[in-house]
Each structure stands twice: as C-alpha cells, then as structure tokens.
Write a protein that binds this ligand. Sequence first.
Ligand code: NAP
Length: 227
Amino acid sequence: MSRTVLITGAGRGIGRKLAEHYMGDGANVLLTARDPSTLDDLAAGGAEVFKLEVTDAGDIAQLKSALGSRPIDILINNAGIIGGPGPQTFGDLIMDDWAETMRINVFAPFAITEALIDNVMASTEKKFIVISSRMGSISQNTAPDKIIYRSSKAAVNMVWKCLHNRLASKGAIVVPLHPGWVSTDMGGSGAPVTPEDSAEGLAKVIDGLKARDSAQLFDYQREEIGW
Ligand SMILES: NC(=O)c1ccc[n+]([C@@H]2O[C@H](COP(=O)([O-])OP(=O)(O)OC[C@H]3O[C@@H](n4cnc5c(N)ncnc54)[C@H](OP(=O)(O)O)[C@@H]3O)[C@@H](O)[C@H]2O)c1
C-alpha cells in the first residue's frame, strides 16, 4: 500500500516542490495551504487539499476531523516565515514580528503535530519532520542578527527534541531538517539551491531516516548540523 505524506504550506516554495516530488513518487499526498486554490493544479493531479492557516486552532481541528484516524507516514511541518524584513537585532527588532513568527514557526508545528500524533503513530514509517534551519543552530551561530528567525528555529528544534523524548521508544523518527539556502520567496533569487534540488534532497534524506537518526539536525544532503 502507498505511504501517506502530509505537507503544510504546500502552495509555493519548498513545500510545493516536496508535494510534486511525493506525487511523482506515487504517495498519497495530503497538502495544506492558507488558500487551497493555490493547489488546484495538484488537486487535479490527485492530491488531497485542505485549508490550513497554521495558527488557526479551528483550521487544525477541521483538518483532524477530516482525517479521522487515517495513518500518516510522513508529517512535514514546512510552513514558515522569516520574521520581518529588518536586521532583527538589538536596537532594531519588532516585538510584534517576533510574536507572530513564534506563532507560525513554533506554536503551529507543535499544535498541528499534537493534533496528528495518533495518525503518524498509526502509520508504518512514523516520521515527524519539521523544516527548520541551520540558522536555528546555537553552536554554529556567530552572527548578532536575525534573532527572531534564529530563535524561532532554535525553539522548534527543542520542541522536536521533546517530541523525540516522548515517542522515540515507540518507534517514532523525529527530525528537524535544514533545506539549504533555497531560491524561494523567502530565500531570495540569489540563493544557491533550487527548490527542486532542495525538495529532492530532503525527500531522499527522509527516505533514509532510521530510528538512530531521530533527534539529529540534518541538512538536505544529510550533513549533520550541530544543535
Ligand atoms: N528558503 C530558504 O533558504 C530556507 C532556509 C532554511 C529554512 N527554510 C524553511 O523552509 C520552510 C519553507 O520555506 P520557503 O523557502 O519555501 O518559504 P516561502 O517560499 O516563503 O513559502 C512559505 C510557505 O509557508 C506558508 N505559510 C507561511 N505562513 C503561514 C501561515 N500562517 N499559515 C499557513 N501557511 C503559511 C506560505 O503560505 P502562503 O502562500 O499562504 O503565504 C508558503 O506556502 C520554512 O519553514 C522556512 O523557514 C527556508
């Protein structure tokens, strides 16, 4: 039987390319977007599409209700934001941007995963993925800026470590992944990695994940990044 993959924020960027990859791979593909019409073409190709503003508890409850107890092999929390245009540093940081970024990049993956834990644990692969960032690594950071984005990704990494601590003994594989610096709306046109190459790499890494890999931070080429 085909495996089932759910991807949030699939309307554009890395999420869309992950969706196209898994559709080409023959998976049952469940996609979410704030505006489901951005996924009309993929729905026509067989994807199931759900409306999900990731910060909206009502949308999350509706998604759970629509899915019932259906197993999800790979849950990919991909939706995210950069946290505002500025340098995000001391003397130049907008608190409201920080709060909004934490809601989208941290609280939402927690809430979506909490709602769908039983679906993933009922599956064969039991993979909980969040698209995090190298910028969330505390040990690798030497820069003073992008505090909003960095702290949100560091925080979601910690959420993933806690999820690992809770579920690894039951067979879950709980992994944050860095997609590379990717030429999406977020990464900008000068970024060296295409969304296609990032998605292909991420999917290959996800395919190869074993229990021993849980709670490690990898990039899209499976290079291990220190927390
Ligand atoms: N690009 C990079 O270089 C890079 C590097 C490291 C990590 N990442 C991470 O990779 C993930 C995808 O980034 P990307 O480069 O593909 O960014 P992107 O092109 O800006 O796409 C972001 C996606 O997230 C969705 N999203 C944002 N806020 C949302 C919300 N409140 N509710 C529902 N969906 C929401 C967007 O939906 P809408 O279309 O509705 O806005 C869009 O589908 C993010 O978590 C990002 O932090 C990216």
